[in-house]
Write a protein that binds this ligand. Structure first.
Ligand code: PMP
Length: 347
């Protein structure tokens, strides 16, 4: 993207800061850096995917302001990234969301002038919203003239943008010294793109996929609903290539909360739920990471959109009971709350 940078606010997508975290794992002798993706203008790593999927088509004239309509199913970060780009280029954007989308995200989408379609009934066969949302996208694609569906779950430009930007930036900033890369997996765009870069360059990096307990991506030990959006998936994306991950760590919702709270307390970084999962995954692998090793965590978004959930003590107690957050969160960085995940993990 660098040689071919878009203009205006979109020129600030990517090149996010990589900061050293000296306090997150004080009893371990490995080094930790974090790529802080909230610094993208739409607030998350998905700005990169959105730009990767739209820019070429805008430049080639395949998407025409005033004529083309972008239609996508997303209720979170990708939706906001697409809304921002469509707003900048004057493209109509219809965003298909579901009843669980937060009021704040709906307000942000509308502020960027997106049209929001809310699917209110889940798919009767599976009880999941995603198949119902995808059906509505297909209907719109068939009826709205000049509609384009980026399809983040199948579009190779989604991983490609991470191969060309996210992992390249990390490699350059670290001078090639990355022993462990921790990546939250949803569409698996970030995971697949970063892993492709690493393999192409022959880097000796262990790629750690961070999945949610209850997700279908990497054979979760249990199947259960998930409360925290971002990582994990209820339908396997077409992009999914399990060989991209050298290691897989499954993180429960409570562990994600604990990881987020730890990140704030130790490093003053207010990050989203999947970032907490990445921190929890580092904690789980910590005993086996050798002294001197270099770990990089990708933190996909900021915590501002999670104030009513992850950062609300009342929300945490409602879902996980009357736990003592202080002991759960920060005893001494081994935040493995569920040693035997199969039996004890709360869904
Ligand atoms: N974390 C957050 C907060 C996200 O919004 C997403 C995208 N769903 C992910 C992680 C996963 O990224 P990817 O889609 O590239 O796998």
């Amino acid at each position: 993207m660098a040689a071919d940078r878009p203009k205006g606010i979109l020129s600030t997508v990517g090149d996010t800061p990589l900061v050293e975290l000296e306090r997150i794992a004080p009893h371990h002798d490995f080094r930790v850096h974090a790529k802080i993706e909230r610094f993208n203008p739409g607030g998350s790593i998905k700005d990169r995917s959105a730009l990767g999927m739209l820019l070429e088509r805008i430049r080639s004239g395949a998407l025409v302001p005033g004529t083309s309509t972008v239609v996508e199913s997303s209720s979170g970060n990708l939706a906001i990234g697409l809304a921002q780009i469509c707003c900048y280029y004057g493209l109509r954007f219809i965003c298909v969301v579901d009843a669980r989308t937060t009021e704040q995200n709906l307000a942000i989408l509308r502020a960027y002038r997106a049209e929001v379609e809310i699917v209110t009934e889940p798919d009767p066969a599976t009880g999941e919203y995603l198949p119902a949302r995808l059906r509505r996208v297909a209907e719109l694609a068939a009826t709205v003239p000049h509609a384009y569906v980026p399809d983040q779950y199948a579009n190779p430009r989604n991983p490609r943008t991470h191969r060309e930007t996210t992992m390249r930036e990390i490699d350059r900033a670290m001078g090639g010294d990355v022993d462990y890369l921790f990546v939250a997996a949803g569409t698996t765009g970030t995971l697949g793109g970063c892993a492709a870069y690493i393999r192409e360059r022959g880097m000796a990096t262990t790629v750690v996929a961070v999945d949610a307990v209850g997700s279908v991506l990497f054979d979760s030990p249990v199947s259960c609903p998930r409360l925290i959006p971002g990582h994990g998936a209820s339908v396997a994306p077409a992009l999914l290539d399990r060989t991209a991950a050298d290691r897989v760590v499954h993180i429960s919702d409570l562990e994600s909360v604990a990881g987020c709270r730890r990140l704030v307390r130790r490093e003053a970084i207010l990050a989203g739920g999947s970032s907490g999962a990445v921190v929890a995954a580092l904690g789980k692998l910590a005993p086996e990471i050798p002294a001197g090793a270099s770990c990089v965590l990708i933190l996909p978004d900021g915590g501002d959109r999670y104030l009513d959930t992850v950062y609300s003590d009342a929300w945490v107690r409602r879902h996980f009971g009357d736990i003592d957050l202080d002991t759960v969160i920060d005893p001494d960085f081994e935040p493995d709350l569920d040693p035997d995940i199969k039996e004890t993990v709360p869904c």
